[in-house]
Design a protein around this ligand. Sequence first.
Ligand code: FAD
Ligand code: FES
Length: 283
Amino acid sequence: MHTILSKKILTERTWHMRVAAPLVARKCCAGQFIMLRIHESGERIPLTIADWDRAAGFIDIYFQEIGATTELLATLEPGDTILDVVGPLGNPSHVEKIDGTFVMVGGGFGIAAGYPVARAFKEAGNRVVAVLGAKTRKLLICEEMLKSVCDEVYVATNDGSYGTQGLVSDVLQGLLDEGEDIRLVYPVGPPIMMKIISQMTLPHKIKTIVSLNSIMVDGTGMCGSCRVTVAGKTRFVCSEGIDFDGHEVNWDEMMSRQKMYGRQEAVALSHHHEHGACWGGAR
Ligand SMILES: Cc1cc2nc3c(=O)[nH]c(=O)nc-3n(C[C@H](O)[C@H](O)[C@H](O)COP(=O)(O)OP(=O)(O)OC[C@H]3O[C@@H](n4cnc5c(N)ncnc54)[C@H](O)[C@@H]3O)c2cc1C
Ligand code: FES
């Protein structure tokens, strides 16, 4: 059992939760995730470990309410418990001193997921730039957190309500045009954004490491549901990633596999709305 220590709403459907998980906090590193199951009949969902305190024994998660399990999670309050928090899972991001600028490009929950990696690259002595994207200013999360670990933080909003009007790719293009010496780009967020950024950096021969969020069931390499094709080979995101070379990912396959449980997800959500917490998910 893992106690929720605090909970804060950041945007209409995005939450920050602090959860007691001393064993996870003791070992986790940037780029790793947990599999969380709220109750006995609930489904397991992967969430990135955005921050942690080893001494105090807690981890921070940021999640968007987009379906049955995340909606249920959002109804829990400080003092409530989560049945399982398994982790840290996945391989830590490879962090090193690079000869040039590290750029983290974050969209949606990916901004929080990219935070510990940006911090780790800063701690390794690099110049770190973050490019954050949101549809509108009200949906932007974690800007101050990123500012605390980055040399520069740029924001793009689709409607121009804050920062540059446009997409994160427009900001990245601007940095390239200005001659920023970018050596490593780390996009994390919606797959379509990671695909576009990877396509942009390819002609510039800029190393691009993406943090893949394919569908996971066990998170430990046993079920195969998270499989993706990278450089023509089948890879399991949970046990071999979650970071991969963005220039080698078969994006169309990855994105089509993300929709493979669409029918079951819709059923789970409608059952959740009808029956609330007693519904455990459709998978
Ligand atoms: C390694 C990893 C880290 C992640 N980190 C975060 C995070 O920090 N914050 C956050 O908000 N989200 C994160 N996600 C996505 C998150 O797991 C899904 O949003 C969540 O599982 C949705 O569950 P649901 O029942 O609420 O919605 P559902 O209705 O079940 O699903 C909605 C959509 O979410 C995706 N999804 C659903 N189930 C899974 C699953 N088991 N694994 C992966 N994707 C799924 C699919 O694209 C699906 O169409 C991460 C995913 C992965 C693989
Ligand atoms: S989630 Fe089952 S093999 Fe990766």
